[in-house]
Design a protein. Structure first.
Length: 193
């Protein structure tokens, strides 16, 4: 469950990178990662190639102003689905019914991903207002690093996921608060002028 939770939070920041890392871990038997029934396709050659291409496209496109907002709009729907698949796929065992895994993935993965996506999108909107979008590529790079790091933590140290998520929420809150403060200062200065 903690592995699924960490993957879900990661997909809230970057849709395809966590799925790619999960697929590679399952394919090469890293950290004992096994996928549940009916999710073996996720570690196939085709899935890994598609996820590599999708990850590269998402990472590069998210650095382009205006395109990043389009990706955030699409991500509102796609990221919870990716989180559902990631969470459901790691619920393994002979006694785990694939339907139950999908429902649990939907109940845990989708809201977690959507919550982190909402924090990310709110930070981006505040950044766009404060910096006219100039800081968004830097924020995107930071999001990619956090998504990668959180996925690695989830795969190798799932027990550390709750601490990592609490720290991440706190950091995102601080960044959003700071950006909103700068945006308010900028509006106040322009109103005085």
């Amino acid at each position: 469950m903690l592995l699924g939770l960490g993957l879900s939070a990661s997909t809230g920041l970057n849709t395809f990178l966590p799925l790619l890392l999960l697929s590679a871990a399952a394919r090469f038997h890293i950290a004992g990662i096994e996928l549940g029934q009916r999710f073996d396709w996720l570690s196939s050659d085709v899935a890994i190639i598609v996820l590599i291409v999708a990850s590269v496209v998402e990472i590069v496109a998210d650095k382009v102003p205006a395109v990043d907002h389009f990706l955030d709009a699409v991500g509102t729907f796609v990221r919870p689905l990716a989180a559902t698949v990631a969470t459901a796929s790691v619920l393994t065992g002979a006694d785990v019914n694939p339907t139950v895994a999908a429902v649990v993935g939907l109940m845990i993965g989708a809201p977690t991903s959507l919550g982190f996506h909402t924090l990310k999108a709110g930070t981006r909107v505040a950044s766009s207002a404060a910096t006219l979008g100039c800081a968004n590529p830097v924020l995107s790079l930071i999001e990619d690093v956090i998504s990668f790091s959180l996925t690695v933590v989830a795969i190798f140290i799932p027990l550390a996921v709750p601490v990592a998520l609490a720290l991440l929420v706190w950091l995102l809150w601080l960044v959003a608060k700071r950006i909103r403060g700068q945006s308010a200062e900028g509006r106040a200065q322009s109103a005085r002028a």
